[in-house]
Design a protein. Sequence first.
Length: 337
Amino acid sequence: MAGREDRRLTPRRVAASSSDGRAALLVHDPNVDALSDTIVGIAQSDLTLLIRGETGAGKEVLAHALHAVSGRPGPLVGINCAALPETLLESELFGHERGAFTGAIQARPGLFEAAAGGTIFLDEVGDMPPGMQAKLLRSIESRQVLRLGGRRALDIDVRFIAATHRDLRADIARGGFRRDLYFRLNGITLTIPPLRERRQAIPALAAHFVAAAAERGGRRAPELSVWAMEILVDHDWPGNVRELKTAMERALLLCRGDEIGEHHIVLEPPLDHVTDAAMSACACSSGGKAGRERDRIVEALAQCDGNQSRAAKVLGVSRATLAHKLAVHRIPRPRAG
């Protein structure tokens, strides 16, 4: 029992370990340690940055971390380039003068002006319409902005950070993204690995999200049991950090005590056709009943002396799917395998 207690990870312990100024990234694995070191080296430069990574991997978090250590006195102003049509996007970025279009009853500065002295974060820049790409290129090169309906360009003091989940080189080859804009954005490219490639970060991130959600709810943050943590580390997290954050907020709502257990962790099964088919076959061959499926899993674990990796092979599923099923059926884990 003492060993199990030693493996628990409390949110308070995470907060203490993040006091070196890297809390925004919660750096706890070698891949992101190197990324964080790069941030420190380039943060105070005005060089334009491009952040690449899957959806939900933490591109916006990285942009905020860069701005926080940049020393720039202005704010970070972000906009999702895929969220607005081209006409609205131009007005949002560059602003407009009075009478520039119907409804423009007064002049309004755009986000580029609002970020004076700070950072512009262009999220999902790969989805920006072609016409806007040319205008963005001109603003980055000249460090000036021309409002809609305006005649005089205004100087802007901003640092540009762009982010995308797309392969921009492939988009260039297809004619969907401007080559000159790519090279202007690509002063330095930072790539965030997906969460499945940095599993060492999962315990710290999970505990951080529990602590943050508990603080918002005005309650004491529960600990994460070793068995709950094992499920989290085994999962492939197709939705990356965003999915993990949602899962931990859900677990906190389900947990009424001082410890989040495996039955509080509710995850989507891995998107693995072989795995899903195998589990369906297992259920159908037993009459399609949950109880029969549970018996089959218990039997496989017994045959493999509790070794979960071997039991997963017997069942014809991935270890992550087996971990998910153990939680669904509330089957105690004999030992980590």
